[in-house]
Structures are given as C-alpha cells and as structure tokens.
Design a protein around this ligand. Structure first.
Ligand code: UTP
Length: 290
C-alpha cells in the first residue's frame, strides 16, 4: 500500500537547546540558511508523501508562518529584481499540503503521534521526528522506509548503530540482519538500563507505522521520563507481529542537541553552493590555531 500521509511531531519543549528554543521552536533552528523543519518537509515530499500534519504547540506559530505565503516580502523581492529569492520564498509555500494540530500538553512523542489519529484514518503513515534532519545519500530516508513497508507489510523503523556507551539515551533494539540495510526487529527498550541493552542499534528519527498503532497508543502508560513513549507502543507491534529496521543511507543530524546543531551547520555549510568554498578556506585557516 502506498504511503501518502506523514506526521511530523514538533511540539516538544526543546530543553536541550535552551535558551535558543525559548521563543524560537528548535525545529526552526537553521542549518546555514534553511530551518530544520524545511529539510524534513522536503524529505517527505521527495519520498512521495502528499499530505503532512505537523504537531505544534504554544509558541510555535512561526512553523506555520514559514510554510505560508508572505505577500509583503514577495512584492519587495519582485520589485528589487531578486527573482531567485522570490521563487525560493514562494516555492516553500507550495511544497505540500500541510495541516497543523496543537498538542495541548507535551505528554511525549507517543501522545503527539496519537493526536494525529483522525488525520491518519486507517492508512499506514510515516512519522518524521521534527528535530532529526537526515541529509540523503541515495534515496531520502523516508522513501527507504516506505519501500521496506511496501515489501514486508510490517511497521518499519529507521535505525543506526550508536556508541554503546550512549545507548542509554536512545532505545536498544533486538535487531537481526536479513540483508544489507534490512533487519528483523522483535523487541525494543526505551532508555535501557545497562542490564537491559540488547544491541547498540537504536531508532533514529523515522518510522512508517500501520494505523493499528493508535489502538496500542490508547493503552500505553507513561514510560521513561513520565512521557507516553512511541517506542513503548512500537514494542507491542514488534513483539506481536515483528517490525522491520532500515539502516537508512543518509546522515542524521540531531537538531535537538547543541553538538548536533553545530555538526549539521559545519557539514552542510561545507557543501553549500554559495559559501561552501569560502567556509572551507576559513575552517582550514582556523584549524591551524586549534
Ligand atoms: P524529543 O524528546 O527529542 O523532544 O522528541 P523534546 O521533548 O523537545 O526534547 P528535550 O529533551 O526537551 O530537549 C522528538 C520529537 O518529538 C516532538 C519533539 O518536538 C521532537 O521533534 N515531541 C516530543 C512532541 O511533538 N511532543 C512531545 O510531547 C514530545
């Protein structure tokens, strides 16, 4: 079944990037000249998604403004002959059909996804975490997950190995390789204690889920951090029918974490068509004094 809908949870408080995220949503933090959320929407569109629901919260209206038309700015750009910039600005508003829904309390990622129940209906759908930007290498990560969902007919999670000493910050997966980049997932534990670690493979940023996840979420109690964890609900699916892990080919940047923001800016900046070369020279010069 073709996946046409995507949910982007972007309602979190972003405490790890405070004070930047006090008044600016962390999903609006830029990588050079484009906010994180735009990279994510572009990935969804490039993956064949037609309808997107962004889960927002109080103080996040700039997310909606970013994907709206901006008449005053547009006419100023046109009048001053900045046609390229004008086209870029208008294109953002035409990227996709985007709807918004407010999560009234930040009760966790699982709760944010549950808010999308009536938008999703009974179709499978993609979830793109609003603070995880994945720069594609081959196909966009969401497309790689949708391909696996269509092939196996099972919920699919985007996975990567993380350093074993850091796995307690993520979730640990019982993942067995089926072929290159594709794993059978039978269990997962959110924020594992040392004795609970199964492998150093974790879910990072993307999943494609059957609508059955909603009835599971309905009965999911708050877990790690007192929040309703999406992982706890996916664990039920993994144990019940199995899930597929896709080690996506792109590079993920965690925009909810200060180091992740810097890594994204440096690595994307080095390849930027406008300032990449100059930035490269600057970094070479700077590195002499490190
Ligand atoms: P995170 O746990 O990384 O976001 O959730 P957070 O809660 O903002 O992080 P910190 O710990 O306070 O820094 C992953 C994604 O899920 C969204 C976040 O916006 C982020 O994009 N989220 C999280 C929600 O939409 N609602 C929630 O209740 C929690």
């Amino acid at each position: 079944m073709k996946i046409k809908k995507a949910v982007i949870p972007a309602a979190g408080l972003g405490t790890r990037v405070l004070p930047a995220s006090k008044a600016v949503p962390k999903e609006m933090l830029p990588i050079v000249d484009k906010p994180a959320i735009q990279y994510i929407v572009e990935e969804a569109v490039a993956s064949g998604i037609e309808d997107i629901l962004i889960i927002t919260s109080r103080g996040k209206t700039t997310l909606e403004d970013h994907f709206d038309r901006s008449p005053e700015l547009e006419s100023r750009l046109l009048a001053s002959g900045k046609t390229d910039l004008y086209n870029q600005v208008v294109d953002i508003a035409n990227l996709c059909n985007i709807q918004y829904l407010r999560q009234k309390e930040t009760k966790g990622l699982g709760h944010a996804v549950y808010c999308a129940k009536s938008f999703v209906g009974d179709e499978p759908f993609a979830v793109l975490y609003g603070d995880d930007v994945i720069i594609p290498k081959e196909k966009p990560a969401t497309r790689e997950l949708c391909d696996a969902f269509e092939e196996f007919g099972l919920g699919t999670v985007g996975i990567k190995p993380v350093p074993l000493e850091l796995i307690h910050k993520y979730c640990s997966l019982d993942a067995t390789q089926l072929r290159e980049g594709i794993f059978q997932v039978r269990d997962m534990i959110e924020k594992p204690k040392p004795e609970e670690v199964i492998t150093n493979y974790a879910i990072l940023g993307r999943c494609v889920l059957p609508a059955a996840i909603f009835s599971v979420l309905e009965n999911t109690k708050p877990g790690a951090g007192g929040e309703i964890q999406l992982t706890d609900a996916m664990r039920v699916l993994a144990q019940r029918e199995g899930m597929i892990g896709v080690e996506y080919s792109g590079k993920r940047y965690d925009m909810g974490n200060k180091l992740g923001v810097l890594q994204a800016i440096v690595e994307v900046g080095l390849k930027h068509p406008e300032i990449g070369e100059e930035f490269h020279q600057y970094l070479l010069e700077l590195s002499k004094s490190l």
